[in-house]
Structures are given as structure tokens and as C-alpha cells.
Design a protein around this ligand. Structure first.
Ligand SMILES: NC(=O)c1ccc[n+]([C@@H]2O[C@H](COP(=O)([O-])OP(=O)(O)OC[C@H]3O[C@@H](n4cnc5c(N)ncnc54)[C@H](OP(=O)(O)O)[C@@H]3O)[C@@H](O)[C@H]2O)c1
Length: 273
């Protein structure tokens, strides 16, 4: 089975490369492959993939808010091209989406069939990517995840560790979600694509916490001693952020795919930093 991976240099892309190292894996990345140009359709088809795992995205939520055109181009239009390629060469498509397709107003957890309602540009453009995936490719997996961390510099774990030794770290208690290890998610994706059961999936590490609780756990696991940390309720930023999103994993759990509790996964990651 030939697997084509986009976003190979990203957090999840790197984890998938490790998990799929014994597979017939082909990665495409810029500048050699520009997924925002329609020519990518034929170029993907010429590789003759059986499955495309599309992780590439503009993931900086505030940057998406500042530059919605570029966010739409990368998250939606490029996904349309990739889905068009999959339809034309009969490949299955795995599209990685986000908890931010929801607005966070539901008091309970979100099921796979709950109606989305994004409140920021990132969420809107990722939802548009979901729609292209579903409309163009019948054999699709739309995998929504949240609060990803993995190899790379651009995640909450690295941010918190980079702030130690300075004045008290201020972290919000008002954002609630599920921290998710890119390595754990990559393993789950590898298992999921063994099943010809298509559609939307919710995959995060199990459990839920606030950003403040996550920061406390990072500091605790890093053994850096007593680092001052201060809970705050408001953090001004360009993008509106949903206050509480918990993704309920119903469909993958029915196939026996459940990620471990978030604390356990976070501990393993932080101890290796
Ligand atoms: N990070 C999170 O907390 C989070 C939460 C929920 C869902 N997700 C979703 O999970 C997926 C993986 O996220 P991640 O955190 O692993 O992402 P990431 O570390 O930010 O990596 C993004 C990847 O996309 C590539 N990319 C960005 N713009 C591109 C373009 N114009 N053309 C080609 N490639 C481009 C990047 O390539 P370069 O190295 O060339 O920039 C990089 O490989 C994404 O689809 C994201 O929407 C992420």
C-alpha cells in the first residue's frame, strides 16, 4: 500500500513518518510541491498513492485571523486540490481536522455527529477542508483532534518550558480541552486506516484539563523545581477561542482505538525533552 503524506515536517507529520517507516511512504513538501497550486492534482496522481494522509495546514490560529485569505488557500483550497487528486486516482483520503470546528458552547462533550459552528477563521477554513474532503472523496476519514504537541518548536509544551526562569508564567484557566500527543495520534491513525469504516472521527488523548492545569503538569513533569505560575482568566489575542471543547471518541472507540489519558502521554513527552 503506497501512502502519500503532506505536512511531513510538522508535528504530526514527523510522528507519522516514524510510525509508517516500514511502509511504502512518500512525503511531499514545499517548495518542491506546492499544494496551493492546481498542478498538484496531476502531480499527486502521478505518484499513484493508495491513501493520502493530509496533515499540512496553516495551524497558527492568530495568524489565520490576521490573514484569512492565506488561511483559506492553505486549509480549504489546497484540501480541495488534494481531494480532487484522490477522487481522480481512487485513493482514500485522511484529512486531519480540529476541535475548533465547534464553538465551545455545548456543556457536554461533542460527538462526531454534532453540528459544527466555528467561531474563528482557522476553524472555518478547516471546516471548509472537511467539506471538500467529504464531497469529493467517498472513502474519506475526517479526524478531528485538539491541542497537539510533538517534535518541533511550535507547541504549548515548548512555550511553557521556554518561559521558565522569567517572571511568573501566566496561563488561562478558562480554556478547557484535551492535550494530545502527536505520537499517540499517529499510532491511532495507522490503526484506523486498517478499517474500511469511513467518516468523521474524534481522536484526542483521554481526559480534559484547562490550559493552566496543562502548564502545571508540564512544569511538574519537567523537574525544573518550583517555577512560579499564575492563573489568569483573560488572555487578549487576535482570534476568538472557544472556551471548552471536549471531543468524545465514540466511533474509533467502537473499533478498539482509544488514546491513553492525557497526563500519561504528556509525562512521557516532557520527560524526553
Ligand atoms: N497543532 C494543534 O494544536 C492542532 C490541533 C487540532 C488539529 N490540528 C491539525 O492537525 C494537523 C497537523 O498539525 P501540526 O500541529 O502537526 O501542524 P504543524 O506542526 O504546524 O505543521 C504544519 C505542516 O503543514 C505544512 N504547511 C503549512 N503551509 C503549507 C503550504 N502552504 N504548503 C505546504 N505545506 C504547508 C508545514 O510545512 P512547512 O514546514 O514547510 O511550514 C508543516 O509541515 C493540521 O491539519 C492541523 O490543522 C492541529
Amino acid at each position: 500500500m503506497r501512502i502519500l503524506l503532506t505536512g511531513a515536517s510538522g508535528q504530526l507529520g514527523r510522528s507519522l513518518q516514524r510510525v509508517l517507516r516500514d511502509s511504502d511512504l512518500i512525503t511531499i513538501s514545499r517548495p518542491e510541491y506546492d499544494i496551493t497550486k492546481e498542478t498538484i492534482v496531476d502531480r499527486i496522481c502521478s505518484i499513484e498513492p493508495d491513501i493520502v494522509i493530509h496533515t499540512a495546514a496553516k495551524t497558527d490560529v492568530d495568524e489565520c485571523e490576521r490573514d484569512p485569505e492565506s488561511a483559506y488557500l492553505v486549509n480549504a483550497t489546497a484540501t480541495k486540490f488534494i481531494a480532487t487528486a484522490c477522487a481522480s486516482c481512487h485513493a482514500r483520503l485522511v484529512y486531519i481536522s480540529t476541535d475548533y470546528v465547534f464553538d465551545g458552547s455545548k456543556h457536554d462533550s461533542y460527538n462526531e455527529e454534532d453540528p459544527p459552528g466555528p467561531i474563528n477563521v482557522y476553524g472555518k477554513t478547516k471546516l471548509a477542508g472537511e467539506k471538500y474532503t467529504q464531497d469529493l472523496v467517498s472513502r474519506n476519514y475526517v479526524i478531528r483532534t485538539a491541542w497537539l504537541y510533538g517534535e518541533g518548536q511550535n507547541n504549548f509544551v515548548k512555550k511553557i518550558l521556554g518561559l521558565t526562569g522569567k517572571p511568573p508564567i501566566k496561563v488561562v484557566t478558562t480554556q478547557i480541552g484535551s492535550p494530545t500527543s502527536a505520537d499517540d495520534l499517529a499510532l491511532a491513525i495507522d490503526k484506523l486506516v486498517q478499517f474500511p469504516e469511513y467518516g468523521i472521527y474524534h481522536l484526542t488523548n483521554e481526559g480534559v484539563c484547562s490550559r493552566f492545569e496543562m502548564a502545571e503538569a508540564i512544569l511538574q513533569f519537567s523537574n525544573l523545581g518550583d517555577v512560579p505560575i499564575q492563573p489568569i482568566s483573560i488572555y487578549e489575542r487576535p482570534a476568538p477561542i472557544p472556551s471548552r471543547i471536549v471531543l468524545k471518541n465514540k466511533r474509533a472507540a467502537a473499533l478498539g482505538i482509544v488514546l491513553r489519558p492525557w497526563r500519561e502521554a504528556l509525562r512521557s513527552f516532557v520527560e524526553c525533552q
